[in-house]
Write a protein that binds this ligand. Sequence first.
Ligand code: FAD
Length: 388
Amino acid sequence: SQLHYDVIILGAGAAGLMCAIEAGKRERRVVVLDRAEKIGKKILISGGGRCNFTNLHTTPANFLSENPHFCKSALARYTPSDFIALVEKHNIPYHEKTLGQLFCDRSARDIVHLLETECTAAGVRIVTNSLVQEVRRADEFIVIADSAEYRAPALVVATGGLSIPKIGATSLGYDIARQFGLNIIEPSPALVPFTFNDEDSATYSDLTGLSADVIASCNGAHFREKMLITHRGLSGPSILQISSYWRSGETITLDLAPAQDVTSALRAHPAGRNESSLKSEFRKVLAQRLADRWVERHLPKSWTNHALEDLERQAHAWKIVPAGTEGFEKAEVTAGGVDTNELSAKTMESRKVAGLYFIGEVVDVTGHLGGFNFQWAWASGYSAGQAI
Ligand code: FAD
């Protein structure tokens, strides 16, 4: 069967559905194809099932890209307030958890239902169980999916990144970009836990479950949030955030006692300086077992003020060289993707191939943890939807 539309959107995730709604509202005949049996599967698992759907404090500085300016235009055109207005229109209860992060009170299903309702109202056709086999371009784009042939003058690629292959991520978006000669920034796992090197694993992995308030730093970026020790390495918000800036082989630096002077009491009193008094001071800022282990591993060679000052510096700059990350299996997002130099920042359309658009996570724009990745999906989807 041959099916003719104004636009074919590949991927019924956050970006694809937002684009479909906006294009549909503008009277475009829209079809959305997704390989999964239902739409928005990643939305459903997001934010621990409650979907952190945006962040009140979204700025371009919350995104990584080879071109940090690229995201500005779309983010300005569709803001967190715009998405909140949509959430309120659908009477979805929500709350701010921390740091401007907005979550559904009930369930991420509310967000998927919102998108589905808006799609229906805008006359969008959604075809699930539709694995895309081939994309061609003659006078129009031709998409072969599940033995149907779709044709349209515009094609939007919203197939997401490589993260979490077990719920359906594929490389289709990157394959299409390559097929049409667009450059790709090498995709890598981001917002992902680190694995310990052998020595740190032997020293710290039995502390699984302990957490600490730290500042994690790497390549000029800093995040003050919780760190969590896992049986394989380090996780928690500060670690996930810094993982997006880390490259294989690099060192991360952890401040274990932000803005505190752990050894000041000992430095003030020459008497009573020993391992156990040092541990007591560290226990004031760290969980007991972590404090003890860290002190045992960093015992000063002497008890002079100089040695204690040196130890103090180490506590604010603990160097860890991760063996690696837990990879795409565990990564919340994929960094890298379609090179933003290939796209119009206003419309997300390819500069080389008229009518070909890339939106959402498949583009080389990666948000921090905290609702920013969805805000990018909404904003880039909206921009393309307005332009098609
Ligand atoms: P996706 O949502 O990944 O959608 C892509 C769609 O394309 C999928 O439906 C897929 O089935 C389809 N597809 C892929 N390949 C093919 C193919 N070959 N043929 C047909 N269809 C195909 N971000 C936040 O902002 N807040 C959060 O709370 C949050 N929590 C997260 C929790 C987890 C566990 C994960 C993994 C991610 C989380 N993220 C969160 C990140 C966020 O989910 C993504 O950045 C966002 O979903 C990207 O939207 P997208 O539309 O670009 O891609």
